[in-house]
Ligand binder design. Structure first.
Ligand SMILES: CC(C)(COP(=O)(O)OP(=O)(O)OC[C@H]1O[C@@H](n2cnc3c(N)ncnc32)[C@H](O)[C@@H]1OP(=O)(O)O)[C@@H](O)C(=O)NCCC(=O)NCCS
Length: 185
């Protein structure tokens, strides 16, 4: 199936919000690995979360609180995947950003995750001032860990028992992709 990957803009936000709400409800259900540290009761893209996401899309990348996102559309015009980059909420880290992504359960295994990751990476390289893409992935989320490793991300750490919810303990890995050599190299 052919997909178009486009910048998430205001006109697409309602369709994106509906996709995200459905996507989050898939967290750890059936064949889908747990991919968000969210208790079952919180797996919703509620109004507050949507508002924060939407506002950050409008924030300038010159300051804090920015986010940029891309969505994959199928040939029926439905949103079936997403990737987003956002700033790191720590001082003196303008040279880094954080990545999040997902693909609708019916469209996985067709290369869309790889294409979305390439889109975000290309955008980050094009900025010129982003040297690293960082992410957090739940350690047991093998499809995502493998996708990131294949794209060149390297595991930089792992925290056992980082989250506890729904009577479970969840480990998390940190992974990073270096886009440019360090200034000291
Ligand atoms: C992780 C996810 C985004 C992958 O998307 P996808 O479109 O299915 O991935 P692709 O088809 O592009 O696969 C690219 C590579 O990822 C890896 N991969 C994807 N699915 C995999 C699976 N089920 N098991 C092992 N590796 C897998 C493979 O290395 C694959 O390359 P290959 O086909 O050449 O072997 C998707 O499974 C998903 O949305 N999962 C739920 C949400 C999520 O985990 N988000 C990431 C949170 S950190």
């Amino acid at each position: 199936m052919a997909y178009d990957i486009v910048v998430l803009q205001a006109d697409l936000f309602p369709a994106f919000a509906a996709y995200m709400d459905d996507h989050l409800r898939d967290n750890g259900i059936g064949n889908t690995s747990l991919f968000q540290p969210l208790a079952a009761a919180d797996c919703r893209f509620d109004v507050d979360r949507a508002e924060r996401f939407s506002s950050a899309l409008c924030a300038s990348t010159d300051g804090p609180g920015w986010r940029r996102a891309w969505v994959a559309m199928n040939n029926a015009g439905a949103v079936v995947g997403h990737v987003d980059l956002r700033d790191t909420p720590l001082p003196y880290t303008r040279h880094r950003c954080l990545l999040g992504m997902g693909v609708d359960r019916h469209h996985r295994g067709a290369g869309l995750g790889r294409q979305l990751l390439e889109t975000a990476t290309k955008w980050a390289i094009g900025r010129g001032w982003i040297d690293w893409i960082d992410l957090q992935v739940i350690s047991s989320n093998a499809p995502a860990v493998r996708l990131y490793e294949k794209a060149g991300f390297v595991q930089t750490g792992s925290t056992s028992d980082l989250f506890r919810f729904d009577q479970r303990s969840v480990d998390s890995n940190s992974m990073s992709l270096r886009l440019k050599p360090s200034p000291d190299a």
